[in-house]
Design a protein around this ligand. Sequence first.
Ligand code: KIV
Length: 260
Amino acid sequence: MKTSELKSFKQSKEKIACLTAYDASFAELFEYCGVDVLLVGDSLGNVIKGQENTLSVSMKDICYHTSNVAKGSQQALIIADLPYKSYISKEVTLKNANMLIDSGAHMVKLEGGREHESSFKALQDNGIPVCGHLGLLPQSVEELGGYKVQGKDEHGAKKIIEDAVMLESWGVDAIVLECIPSKLAAIISMALTIPTIGIGAGSDCDGQILVCYDMLGINTKKAPKFVKNFLSAEQDIKSAVKSYVSAVKDKSYPAKEHTY
Ligand code: KIV
């Protein structure tokens, strides 16, 4: 899929089905089952490296997993995360974003809003497609005091809305909205012409994403409220992924019980 096609999903009101992927086999299978977008997320820090957060993920890690995902994928749009501290200045951002593109990503993602203006603008000026990420920012989990729903009060909600509008004006191609009230995500999705991709942000986002391990129930700890295990009602992984894609497309996932 080309980056420009993302916007046409929104225009035609077709929901975008996204999953994280970290290797060629899953990338191939997800794409075969109809997943539109594969995110090489820094959640690999948690699910692959076994860390408590994403902060130890390096450029080397993301490049390695991006090149593996690119090997397994023919059509899906591949987004790769710029990891913690990899976008501290516009020069560093550009160098690292180019490394991700050279590894096979079509778009890069970074967390945060106005504080990264120069990085967003440098990416735009250099023609690198970019996805924003607002709401709960896992790379700032220490500053946020844990994995908590964001934008619950008026001040917090206003800041997220303003950041989303700013990102669109800087040429960002899509925005992940993580763990915010569904009403806030609906307001943002209505206000923007670029697609929003929700995780714990309700069914009015233009697309949905889950960490693939969560979607397959590969965890022993209590999962967050927005997670649904699609394998528990199916015979095999292919059927589970197909069921996730159809639930996103027909808007049955996320349901009320998955939203804040
Ligand atoms: O790293 C990741 O997997 C992500 C998703 C949670 C959106 O950023």
